[in-house]
Design a protein around this ligand. Structure first.
Ligand SMILES: [Ca+2]
Ligand SMILES: [Ca+2]
Length: 154
């Protein structure tokens, strides 16, 4: 997100002055600063995110709950922005907070096509726009190949 002034930003501020100015802007806007209490030079770390279901290389069908475990040192549980991609990161769908650190996305797998591999990826952003992308989880969608059964040779 924009708004932060870089170390060589306008006005000839030092890096420290820029940081303080940026924090004042965030406070004015009612947002958090990157400060941790007592340190004055705190770092707002990026969320930790991973897909816990379905598991790597599992076979799925129908409606699948893609469950993401996402947590953050500075954000309360349930307040992260979490998205799931089923195409390796090309397109994203919002996951809804379920409980604890879990966020779920209800994935309607395609029906009527040939079985195929899909690559699940999740990403989570905290309120300071730090973003983390999970490891990819490949899964096989076993579709209902209507009309194909007659031609299957056993
Ligand atoms: Ca954070
Ligand atoms: Ca099939």
């Amino acid at each position: 997100m924009g708004g932060l002034v870089g170390p060589n930003g306008p006005g000839g501020f030092t890096s420290k002055e820029n940081e303080e100015a940026a924090d004042r802007k965030l406070k004015t806007a009612g947002l958090s600063t990157d400060e941790e209490p007592g340190t004055g030079e705190g770092v707002n770390v990026a969320p930790v995110v991973r897909i816990i279901s379905p598991t790597d290389t599992s076979t799925v069908t129908g409606t699948v709950v893609v469950r993401v475990d996402a947590s953050d040192a500075e954000d309360y549980l349930g307040t992260l922005w979490v998205e799931v991609s089923t195409d390796g990161g090309a397109t994203w769908n919002k996951a809804e907070w379920a409980l604890g650190s879990f966020y779920d996305y209800q994935w309607q797998t395609p029906v009527g096509a040939a079985d195929a591999q899909f690559t699940l990826v999740a990403r989570a952003a905290d309120k300071s726009a730090n973003e983390t992308q999970s490891a990819a989880v490949p899964v096989i969608v076993n579709n209902d190949e209507t009309g194909k059964f007659a031609s299957v040779a056993f």
